[in-house]
Design a protein around this ligand. Structure first.
Ligand code: G6P
Length: 382
């Protein structure tokens, strides 16, 4: 298929802008449009074989790169919404030191391309050891989440969730990440429904809020791109960045740092905000900007106070934080506002300013955003 840039300077920017549409497509594909809680059925229409999900005691996820970050958000959702202990592994680590077998385990492989060698090898190994071992106690249960159901992953595993993002050209993943998040939301909601870990009212609250996401994503894109482009000018010579977040936005701090590293070649570290005092704070001075993701909810005040600790070390503070919030305005030197949403849904919005920031810093530095040095869209060798 020929994919064109349609007036965008780079595929990455075009793909960032495609995200509201991708999320809309996922919602259409996975959720029952006319659903309400009083119908006493699941809001989820995504077909997942019941045998994969029954009586789960544990979920393990293997992935690499950006897919690994989506998996960390997935873990948060599966644990907090559906109450299932979940572990996330780098595929390259899992394959040489797999955790002990536990029964009633679902193994999920997340790979947008469906071709990443380490992820495929980890899944193949898991499938084999589970079919050979009496301790596994049941048939191996494996589920793939991919944007390419026709890929090697699709051939390896009988059960696949198709993330509907359309082909992604930019090496740095953006829209496929959002689509993977949607797959995890829906999987967690289906499990929460089956296991009755949420009240019908809470389930409905989340589903209703999910339907608002595409318009909210559009708002973030429209309202902030120009500002972020200007802000990026200030950082084209910066050498180090720290990204902090907590809870469900900790993986977004990791993803923000990864995006910046991949395409701008600026050293960046993502850290759980509460851990900053155990190391990274030693790096801070006026030359190291800190990007804090402060989404209203269980850890909002904590992240603001972690950000203030960085400010006390003269770090320039950039906040991905709520719109029209006096505390945020006072704390941050630069504010990248996002609409206030249910904390659990916030990653879908908070990641966008970070993608734009990485993009504009790299573009400003005149780099080959879509084809960064030393990186490949899919890594098909070990
Ligand atoms: C490469 C790409 C990354 C991607 C990772 C995993 O490193 O450059 O953007 O996140 O592979 O790819 P996958 O296709 O398995 O999601």
């Amino acid at each position: 298929i020929m994919v064109e840039k349609q007036g965008f300077k780079h595929f990455m920017l075009k793909e960032i802008y495609e995200q509201p549409g991708v999320v809309r497509a996922c919602l259409e594909a996975y959720l029952d449009e006319g659903w309400s809680a009083d119908q006493q059925k699941s809001p989820v229409t995504m077909a997942i074989a019941p045998a994969l999900l029954a009586d789960l005691q544990h979920i393990q996820i293997v992935a690499c790169g950006t897919s690994w970050h989506a998996s960390l958000v997935g873990k948060h959702l599966l644990e907090q919404l559906a109450g299932i202990p979940t572990s996330v592994h780098y595929a390259s680590e899992f394959r040489y030191a797999p955790p002990p077998l536990m029964p009633n385990t679902l193994t999920i492989g997340v790979t947008q391309s469906g071709e990443t060698a380490d992820t495929l090898a980890a899944l193949e190994m898991e499938q084999k050891r589970r079919s050979e071992s009496p301790e596994a106690a049941d048939q191996p249960r494996l589920l793939g989440i991919t944007n390419r159901p026709e890929s090697s992953l699709g051939r390896l595993l009988p059960h696949i969730i198709d993330t509907h993002a359309g082909i992604e050209i930019g090496v740095a993943a953006t829209k496929t990440f959002s689509a993977q998040l949607m797959a995890f939301y829906v999987l967690a909601l289906e499990l929460a429904y089956q296991r009755q870990t949420l009240t019908p009212a809470r389930l409905e609250e989340i589903v209703t809020a999910m339907r608002q996401l595409p318009a909210q994503m559009e708002l973030v894109l429209e309202s902030q791109e120009r500002y972020i482009e200007e802000l990026a000018h200030e950082f084209s010579e910066t050498q180090d960045f720290i990204f902090i977040g907590r809870g469900i936005n900790y993986p977004i701090a990791l993803e923000g740092a990864l995006k910046l590293k991949e395409i701008s070649y600026i050293h960046a570290e993502g850290y759980p905000a509460g851990e900053m005092k155990h190391g990274p704070i030693a790096l801070l001075d006026e030359k190291v900007p800190v990007v804090a993701i402060a989404a209203p909810g269980s850890v909002y005040e904590k992240v603001l106070s972690n950000a203030q600790e960085a400010k006390a070390r003269d770090a320039q503070l950039i906040g991905v934080a709520p719109m029209n919030d006096a505390d945020a305005e006072e704390t941050f030197d630069s504010l990248l506002p996002v609409p206030v949403v249910d904390e659990l849904l916030s990653p879908v919005l908070t990641v966008i300013p970070l993608q734009l920031l990485a993009y504009h810093i790299a573009a400003r530095r005149g780099l080959d955003v879509d084809q960064p040095r030393n990186l490949a869209k899919s890594v098909t060798v070990e």
